[in-house]
Design a binder for this molecule. Structure first.
Ligand code: FDA
Length: 308
């Protein structure tokens, strides 16, 4: 399985395959299981439907590293528009943003000023910006930017971050973030990392996930536990029950199209569930990372594709 995972992560960077997939009807149809559609309207429609099923949403306008400031500003404009639409349509949704899409690799100052302006817009609309976490070369700078934005008194609480349980440093980061009042989404981590920075074995990543989720559950802030792993979810539920932590004090988060049965079950049980809804034309790397997490999805998608 690790070989297949690496193969899909390598394919996620293949530009020929990417351009073929993104530009053909075949590719777009394949992607529809995990991606809401190509346009803002598609994402809003899906968000509305999920809200009707009792689920919260976070919207992700797909796209990763940009190479010019104009591209970063264009990507930011989509998020500003999303915040306005969420407000206008009274959706229970926030936004998830990648700093590389906001120009982080061109200029950290540019990414920071965009993150700040999105947090200002979110604050004005009573909403919230989640900054996604990317590969470990960007962990420190991402943390620093989120901390500085959150340190502005008028923006306090309007921005949050993601922490990955596969990184050795994560417990220290979480303790510091909680002390600073910054809301965390905890996930296992989706990038290929080396043993110098990340646990190579799944058992250690899982053990760390449980340890970190308990720190978050015990903190007074509202955090998100992002996972489809029933063992992680069961551990969080048990810990919460044993410590008198009400279900409304935290949320589970899952990806659009992944374990929909589990998403519905948790809502029925009275837990808050937020679905991460990606949309946009640049869906290919996101889609390949989902296949890397579970190569069996290739068979699943193929079966559904030919059945449809
Ligand atoms: P794990 O991979 O151990 O899988 C456990 C079980 O879940 C599997 O056996 C299978 O049943 C099911 N499952 C998992 N993935 C599946 C899939 N793609 N299709 C079908 N079933 C699947 N990462 C990151 O590095 N930075 C980030 O900012 C984010 N943000 C984020 C937001 C949200 C809401 C989620 C849910 C996830 C992320 N991630 C992320 C991705 C995360 O790091 C991780 O790669 C995936 O969630 C898969 O890990 P699991 O915890 O689900 O468990």
């Amino acid at each position: 399985m690790p070989i297949l995972r690496s193969a899909f992560i390598a394919l996620s960077k293949n530009s020929t395959l990417r351009s073929f997939c993104e530009n053909t009807r075949f590719g777009r149809r394949m992607s529809s299981r995990f991606v809401a559609g190509m346009e803002i309207d598609d994402a809003l429609r899906v968000a509305e439907a999920l809200n009707h099923q009792g689920m919260l949403v976070t919207l992700d306008s797909l796209g990763e590293s940009v190479s010019t400031e104009a591209e970063a500003q264009k990507a930011a404009a989509i998020y500003h528009e999303l915040l306005d639409w969420i407000d206008a349509r009274k959706l229970k949704a926030n936004i998830s943003v990648k700093l590389t899409q906001m120009g982080l690799e061109l200029s950290p100052q540019l990414a920071e000023s965009i993150a700040e302006s999105l947090a200002e817009r979110a604050q004005a609309k009573g909403n919230f910006v989640r900054i996604d976490m990317e590969d470990s070369s960007l962990t420190q700078v991402t943390l620093e930017i989120v901390r500085r934005v959150n340190a502005r008194p008028e923006l306090r609480g309007s921005v949050g971050i993601v922490i990955q349980s596969y990184l050795y440093r994560s417990q220290d980061d979480i303790e510091q973030l909680v002390a600073e009042g910054i809301r965390v989404r905890l996930c296992k981590g989706a990038y290929k990392e080396h043993a110098g920075v990340a646990f190579p074995g799944k058992a250690d990543v899982d053990k760390n996930y449980i340890r970190l989720s308990q720190i978050l559950l015990e903190s007074p802030l509202y955090h998100g536990l992002a996972t489809h792993d029933e063992a992680m979810i069961a551990a969080a539920k048990t810990f919460a029950k044993e410590h008198g932590i009400e279900p409304g004090r935290f949320e589970f988060q899952m990806l659009y199209g992944v374990r929909r049965d589990l998403q519905r079950r948790l809502v029925q049980e009275g837990y808050n569930v937020r679905v991460y809804v990606p949309f946009g034309t640049e869906w290919y790397p996101y889609f390949m990372r989902r296949l890397a997490e579970r190569p069996a999805n290739v068979l699943f998608l193929a079966k559904n594709f030919f059945r449809a």
